[in-house]
Design a protein around this ligand. Sequence first.
Ligand code: ADP
Ligand code: ASP
Ligand code: MG
Length: 462
Amino acid sequence: MIVMKFGGTSVKDIDAVQRLVKVVARERRPRLVVVSALAGVTDALLEAARLAEEGDATGAGQAVRALHRRHEEMAAVVRGTQRRADLLATIDALFGELESIVRALAVVEEVSPRSKDTIVAFGELASSRIVAAALEDANVPAPWLDARVVLVTDAQHGAAQADRQATDDRLRSLVSPRLADGLVPVVGGFVGATPSGLTTTLGRGGSDYSAALFGAGLAADEIQIWTDVDGMLTADPRVVAEPRVVPQLSFDEASELAYFGAKVLHPSTILPAVGLGIPVRILNSHRPEKAGTLVTRSPPDGGDGPTAIACKRGLTRIDITSTRMLMAYGFLRRVFEVFERFRTPVDVVTTSEVSVSVTIDDRRGLEGIVGELSAFADVACEDAMAIVCAVGERLRTDTRLATRVLGALDGLPLAMVSQGGSRTNITVVLRDADAPAAMERLHRRFFEGEAAHAGRDAVATA
Ligand code: ADP
Ligand code: ASP
Ligand code: MG
């Protein structure tokens, strides 16, 4: 069996859902369909939650009604009169309930992480209903499954972790029998629930993670991530003018790229797939005939440079220098304990004898972090920094590749340089304003020109 996950852009309007229906209908293997909320809906739901928290009942209500209308319009994708009426009734009920929730929260002017999850989950609950009805309408027997019953998680609202064992049990009892009956179940991604039934979400971009969890639980032959680009590209298409498709890459490369900003895959996606060696394929729902990108444990080696480059922007660098003359042991531990206390993940770390520099993305704890570090170190922060990294298995074996990467950046002021222990990436930190130039230069050096083109597929973004 396979898992077919469609991202927000692949369900964003009627045309998109019609494309999805064609792709799913044409597939002959047993399949589970996982869908994101319609593009932009999760952001709009978060905005409604914010308005409610401010006590703006009218604004929050209006935001929900706009979403209600958008989903109602989508029902036109279903031609069967009765089926369309049923879908409209479901949508009305969902958004009616949502409006009562946000209005009630606006009265108390408080939206807890738990309530916020209840609100944002409506995006996937609604989109999955639409997709199931559209498939049924095209004679694909597609029962809708409630993600809150299928995906069991802990209670970390907004960033819930799956309980793999419990989820696998649910998959075995709810999904496997339906697949065996030739049905094509449809479930919303991103959403789950605690064992006691409280709605949770997996973090932004989390539908990919749902797809991978389901794929692992069902021992899928393949997990397909359908999106709006031809696959994993050699660079973010919004930063580099003409990136190319990477036909194959390793799990390690994919997770490094995802972690450092290649949004096409959620960083957690790979984990469940890696354990079981399930291939992940990234495909373009606008151009389903394209081969896409295949992510596997050990893809064949090709070319002589990095596999792709990525960047993560808008970061803060913190330089922490021990106030004692020499780096006493225990210094690093004390430093990282502070980040741990403030639940702030650190992206890149470099050290010298007396100082350590780190970058962070989430600035919410910054003031507290600086305060605590200042007790035993001199601390300096710089905002508007970026990470640029080159990723490739070849960095492990080609000892000169790292130097070639740095050579391409000659003249740009680098604040930090790091080569990870896994040696599949070389990472630099520089000023955010220099990031586009750094990306362009690396791309030109390794992916453009005759040599770089050989054997690669030209890309077109949809
Ligand atoms: P979906 O709605 O399908 O989940 P996302 O917006 O989450 O889509 O991810 C797809 C987007 O990721 C692409 O449209 C592209 O702009 C962006 N992206 C960033 N870096 C890369 C990359 N290296 N390869 C492919 N896409 C990338
Ligand atoms: N809808 C969620 C988001 O926008 C999850 C996803 O699309 O993967 O983050
Ligand atoms: Mg995504």
